[in-house]
Design a protein around this ligand. Structure first.
Ligand code: DMJ
Length: 934
């Protein structure tokens, strides 16, 4: 183990400035001895089983990496459904997500140090040679500075760190001469022009060849960046400086961090989600620990660990204190406003915050880490994966899941901290779910919708950089890894940087680039982590005892109980504020409350009720706050209801050889025909109809009889197509889009409308596939002739018997062959470029779109004639333990529900124009807060 004289940490019981062991590099350092105190609780897992699981992780990595190398490399990423590389510009743009792709073989670079952690030293050596031979960092591509830093610069530095470690060991990499480091330096210089702002905050994007602001660069006009984007550079940049002696990188990263620190909201000590890079004004004033901010906090603490600079710990502790005071509402972590931190800014959480329990372990704050992790695990058990966003009563808010590693990361750190075998079982579940639901013949596919189990043609590089590392390390013993992992720190992308950097080229930190802290006293400067002996005082069941009260928190949650209601209201015995979902326009008491909150109610001629808030008319500032929240909730309910009126996506699962149910395609529903959510799924072989557009009586009824007919979109109504194939004896139909290149990855969900007439005569199920997904089926027919599919509302478990028939060795061959066919023949589909004018195009809201995308947060109209929004909420069991308040609210709602008018929230009207300046700020924040890019 190397020396880390400059590092600071929690391994010592001496409170101040004791140099600490490099073990501190991983979160395990505070609590690693907990493993030895473990004596009871979840059944211990045998070494044999851990090894088995470790081997499973290795096999899964081979499947992901092998398919990337075989079918995608040198492209940035693998598209696992169509089994080809994702090359930017050649696929439909996915917006900001594509900014990670710089035509620099992203997945290969991001995987480098994973290969070493997984003991694949030979493959690592090959991979490094490929990077040196093939990768060009000078492409005319606009990339995200943040993503390029964490994935590419971090990947090269992680690769370099382990290359020199291996070289020193004397067996592998003997030829290596810092070539990866030279590439990292080249890339570092390419990123530097982004910092050419007066604030020192970097531009969010840069052109690798032309930099920023030059006309050829096509970037540099942006004014805002996210806090994490500007505050997640110090580990990579400092490592680059210390490895090379070029101090400029660390200086720039420190300057950006200093600026963010100066701009923190001084009364709450929180930071917002986005900031103006020129003025330093907060653009989004909502604040959480997930999307947009997450790794800023992570890097403050880890910068202290890696660099031993006290100021970073001081800043981290100050922010952490604020987070625990305002955002942490165990087991939840809820965004608040930086100026009004007692006011929640959202009623949902995003998946990125799942890293936070891991960071809390590193901080040494185990209890809330266990609580939040347990809550997240229960959400996962419900949906198999963590949806990108979920509400405080654990409904899916945004159903995607791009195989994010954050939860696995926290699981690993919690296991290291507690030694509780429960966390090994959690890891086992993650492995099972990945294999069962995300594994496809050509890699692992992101979940398009965790509710249906449908896939997206995407396997992000972080899946290889992070997921496999954390899962492998979770089950590994020290001797299973060829180096001491505790000599390194994990970056946010799980790249490994050696702790000995803390004592190398320290000149930068001595330059006093970091500001002084005179206003903070020592109480903000928590030098020590809790000792495991104190954390687990004679109680090996400590972690279990924290989880126990939460064991039903998700399934039995009280729908509105978990959101914080201000403590002072509780204390004074005051009535809790009126919640939008409880509101009834006929209840005089509610009308009185509305008035107090500055909300006026206008009955429109058409029977709808319009709500408008004027905060200045509220009885007090607290009432005005309640009013603002009420209006926001009302808007969310309105949007929620609109969403729910639209049908959810459906799934087409290919169940025949060689797919065996492993490819699940996102399908659009039809507003007519058999409702797959109410009936058993329909399974059958597919056959193309003749004519292919299905607009007249079929000429090949014998071919489609008893089968699922494939029909092309266009030229007549969907209902007409359905009738024609039904008359020919088809048991179901799949309409394939005639717009070449359309894909569910980039287009919002498509619903097929009826023909405006009675469609009760249509009894068969009908689903819609975009052209890309349709091609996968058409190409499968060309390759295998007999293709069987399952039409359902949710993908069904794969048939294990059928899967077992497969020979693992031939699996890849045939799959790959099929995938090649799929790719090469995808252009052969005969497409008619015509669309019936009568066809309705009902786009459901993209899951990422949000209630707050609507115009103005403080006015809303409601109809008294439609259904009660309560009824539209996903059923949530109420038999869990509710707080008094919850019971009270529940009783109130139950007694009132019978007489409740059916309310539907319609579109909003008339902006409020006279609200005080700070209220406008809140409203802006409300409007922006759900436009998160995760
Ligand atoms: C990774 O690229 C990094 O962990 C980043 O900090 C945010 N999350 C993604 C994976 O989800």
């Amino acid at each position: 183990m190397s020396e880390a004289g400059g590092g600071r940490g929690c391994g010592s019981s001496v409170p101040q400035r004791a140099p600490w062991s490099l073990v501190a590099a991983t979160a395990a350092f505070c609590l690693v001895s907990a493993t030895s105190v473990w004596t009871a609780g979840a059944a211990p897992m045998s070494r044999e089983e851990r090894q088995k699981l470790g081997n499973q992780v290795l096999e899964m990595f081979d499947h992901a990496y092998g398919n990337y190398m075989e079918h995608a490399y040198p492209a940035d990423e693998l598209m696992p459904l169509t089994c080809r590389g994702r090359v930017r510009g050649q696929e439909p743009s996915r917006g900001d997500v594509d900014d990670a792709l710089g035509k620099f073989s992203l997945t290969l670079i991001d995987s480098l140090d994973t290969l070493v952690v997984l003991n694949k030293t030979k493959e690592f050596e090959d991979a490094v040679r490929k990077v040196l031979r093939d990768v060009n960092l000078d492409n005319d591509v606009v990339v995200s500075v943040f993503e390029t830093n964490i994935r590419v610069l971090g990947g090269l530095l992680g690769g370099h760190s382990l290359a020199i470690m291996l070289k020193e060991k004397g067996e592998y990499m003997q030829w290596y001469n810092d070539e990866l480091l030279q590439m990292a330096k080249q890339l570092g210089y390419k990123l530097l022009p982004a910092f050419n702002t007066t604030s020192g905050l970097p531009y969010p994007r840069i052109n690798l060849k032309f930099g920023v602001r030059k006309p050829e660069a096509r970037t540099g006009t942006e004014t805002d960046t996210c806090t994490a984007c500007a505050g997640t550079l110090i580990l990579e940049f400092a490592a680059l400086s210390r490895f090379t002696g070029a101090t400029i990188f660390e200086e720039y990263a420190r300057k950006a961090l200093d600026f963010l620190w100066e701009k923190r909201q001084r009364s709450s000590n929180l930071v917002g989600v986005t900031i103006n890079i020129h003025t330093g004004d907060w653009v989004r004033k909502d604040s959480g620990v997930g999307a947009g901010i997450d790794s800023y906090y992570e890097y403050l603490l880890k910068a202290y660990v890696l660099l031993g600079d006290d100021s970073f710990l001081e800043r981290f502790n100050t922010h952490y204190d604020a987070i625990m005071r305002y955002i942490s509402q165990p087991p939840l972590l809820l965004d608040v406003h930086i100026h009004k931190p007692m006011l929640n800014a959202r009623t949902w959480m995003d998946a990125l915050l799942a890293f936070f329990p891991g960071l809390q372990v590193l901080k040494g704050d185990i209890r809330p880490a266990i609580e939040t992790h347990e809550m997240l695990y229960q959400v996962i058990k419900k949906h198999n994966f963590l949806p990108e966003a979920f509400t405080t009563d654990f409904r899916v808010h945004w159903a995607q899941h791009p195989l994010r590693p954050e939860f696995a990361e926290s699981t690993y750190f919690l296991y290291k901290a507690t030694g509780d075998p429960y966390y090994l079982e959690v890891g086992k579940t993650l492995i099972e779910n990945l294999n069962k639901y995300a594994r496809v013949p050509c890699g692992f596919a992101a979940m398009k919708d965790v509710r249906t189990g449908s896939h997206e043609d995407r396997m992000d590089s972080f899946f290889l950089a992070e997921m496999f590392k954390y899962l492998y390390l979770l089950f590994a013993d020290k001797e299973d890894i060829i180096f001491d992992i505790e000599d390194y720190i994990f970056t946010t992308e799980a790249h490994l940087l050696p702790l000995w950097l803390s004592t190398t080229n320290q000149s930068i930190s001595k330059k006093n680039t970091t500001s002084e802290y005179t206003e903070l006293d020592d109480s903000n400067f928590d030098w020590t982590c809790p000792n495991t002996q104190i954390l687990f005082p004679n109680d090996p069941l400590y972690a279990q005892s924290i989880r126990e009260p939460l064991k039903n928190v998700v399934d039995k949650s009280c729908p509105r109980g978990i959101i914080r209601v201000r403590e002072e209201s509780f204390r004074s015995g005051a009535k809790p504020p009126l919640r939008a979902r409880d509101f009834m326009a006929t209840n005089p008491e509610h009308l009185e409350i509305l008035k107090k909150m500055g909300v006026s109610l206008i009955h429109l001629k058409d029977g709808r009720v319009q709500l408008v808030q004027h905060a200045i008319q509220a009885a007090s500032s607290i009432d005005a706050e309640d009013g603002l929240r009420f209006m926001q909730e009302m808007i969310e309910l309105s949007s929620q209801q609109q969403k729910e009126q639209q049908l959810p996506p459906r799934a087409v699962q290919i169940v025949s050889h060689p797919f065996f149910g492993r490819v699940v395609l996102t399908a659009g529903p039809a507003q007519f025909g058999l409702d797959l959510s109410k009936h058993k799924e329909t399974r059958g072989f597919v056959a193309s109809s003749k004519p292919y557009n299905g607009c007249s009586e079929l000429t090949n009824p014998e071919a489609v009889m008893g089968k699922i007919a494939l029909i092309q979109r266009g030229q007549c109504m969907f209902a007409e197509k359905a009738r024609n194939i039904q008359n020919a004896g088809a048991i179901g139909g799949i309409v394939i889009d005639d717009n070449e290149g359309s894909s569910s990855d980039t287009a919002p969900l498509f619903q097929m409308a009826g023909d405006g007439k009675d469609t009760d005569d249509i009894k068969i199920p009908m689903l819609f596939l975009f052209s890309k997904e349709g091609s996968i089926i058409l190409d499968a027919i060309r390759e295998y002739e007999e293709v069987e599919v399952l039409l359902s509302d949710k993908a069904k478990d794969r048939d294990p018997e059928m899967e077992n028939e497969e020979q693992p060795s031939s699996e890849n061959d045939s799959q790959n062959q099929s995938a090649e066919q799929i790719t090469s023949s995808s252009q052969e589909v005969d497409l008619v470029d015509q669309e019936s004018p009568e066809e309705s195009f009902l786009n459901s809201q993209p899951e990422s779109s949000s209630p707050a995308d609507t115009d103005n947060a403080a006015s809303v109209s409601a109809s008294e004639q439609n259904s009660n929004p309560m009824e539209n909420h996903e059923t949530t069991s109420l038999d869990g333990e509710c707080t008094d308040l919850d019971n009270q609210l529940q009783e109130q709602s139950e007694t009132e529900e019978d007489s409740s008018p059916n309310v539907s929230w319609g579109k909003k009207v008339q902006p409020i124009d006279s609200i005080l300046a700070d209220w406008n700020e809140d409203i802006e924040a409300f409007e922006m807060m759900e436009k998160d890019e995760l």
